[in-house]
Design a protein around this ligand. Structure first.
Ligand SMILES: [Zn+2]
Length: 296
């Protein structure tokens, strides 16, 4: 699932392609938006807020400025191609939005959410979010206040909660908890330094926002780029023990959390000790969750 750094980079790419340009055509293949016509509007900017994408558009004679909101959810993406090119990089059946300018066309593929609101009402879509880790108004004190508001909650669940801070998914959850040497099930009240943890999460997303590979080890070699996420069954890069995975949170909302019992202290209430399936060095992150679920 794309996390805050990927969404930030997507927003920048869309902004470079569409910002300041008039939409000559817009095809929104979404039931609630099928009759909407955005042609003639100018894209003011595209920004990310946590894992949400906001494409801000000028108004028309009859309509106020509008924001096209999208969320990539599990497997969505936006890509940009030269207008008039055949494209074809993704299956046409997955296309949910096409925004065409004279030079560039942005294509939203397998988007998880698509909405159109008046720009003045963006808060209806993103107002509930905690501080945006990669936003211009990043506020670590407010993120800490929200983190500590529920002291009995598992820290991993709190980090995934976009109302606490916006941008973390299961990759950065696993890596931040590994680097903080805490299991994801550690109650928030037992985190020795919440401020340092928040600073760590922020740094991880910030250093990765400009690059395609997500690296938390400082080692760019494939298979050595991160410590815990999607590495269950493999030897820990730090201690040599076996990295494990277990569900975090209650079904059906549970997520997968990877951790190393040798490096991370704290409770592991949902790890039932079953043998961990090696996923192989060549596998990409994000494929581990289905592999795990088949064994439940
Ligand atoms: Zn370890």
């Amino acid at each position: 699932m794309p996390e805050g750094d990927v969404v930030w980079r997507t927003a920048r790419r869309l902004d470079l392609a569409l910002g300041g340009r008039e939409l000559l055509a817009a095809d929104l293949r979404w039931p609630s938006l099928a009759t909407v016509d955005l042609s003639g509007r100018v894209v003011l900017e595209v920004v990310s807020v946590g894992k949400h994408l906001l494409t801000r558009l000028t108004g028309t004679a009859d309509e106020p400025p509008a924001t096209l909101h999208s969320h990539l959810r599990m497997e969505g993406s936006w890509y940009v191609e030269r207008t008039g090119s055949t494209g074809g990089r993704r299956s046409a059946s997955g296309i949910r939005a096409v925004l065409e300018t004279a030079e560039w066309t942005a294509v939203g593929h397998k988007l998880g959410m698509l909405d159109l609101v008046a720009t003045a009402h963006e808060d209806e879509l993103v107002g509930h979010l905690g501080p945006d880790l990669l936003g211009p108004g990043w506020d670590p004190q407010e993120a800490q206040r929200r983190l500590l508001a529920d002291p009995g909650r598992a820290v991993g669940e709190a980090l995934l909660d976009q109302r606490v801070l916006a941008g973390v998914g299961t990759f950065y959850l696993a890596e931040a908890c590994f680097l903080a040497r805490l299991t994801p099930w550690t109650p928030v009240r037992d985190v020795p330094s919440p401020a340092k943890l928040i600073e760590l999460v922020h740094r991880l997303l910030d250093v990765n926002k400009e690059r395609v590979d997500q690296v938390t080890t400082g080692d760019l070699r494939r298979g050595r780029q991160n410590f815990a996420h999607a590495r269950s069954g493999l030897p820990c890069l730090r201690c040599g023990g076996t990295v494990r995975v277990a569900p975090l949170g209650a079904p059906p909302q549970d997520r997968t959390a990877f951790y190393c019992p040798g490096c991370q202290a704290g409770p592991t209430p949902t790890d039932d000790g079953r043998p961990q399936q090696p996923l192989g060095h060549g596998r990409r992150r994000g494929v581990a969750a289905p592999a795990y679920r088949t064994r439940r």
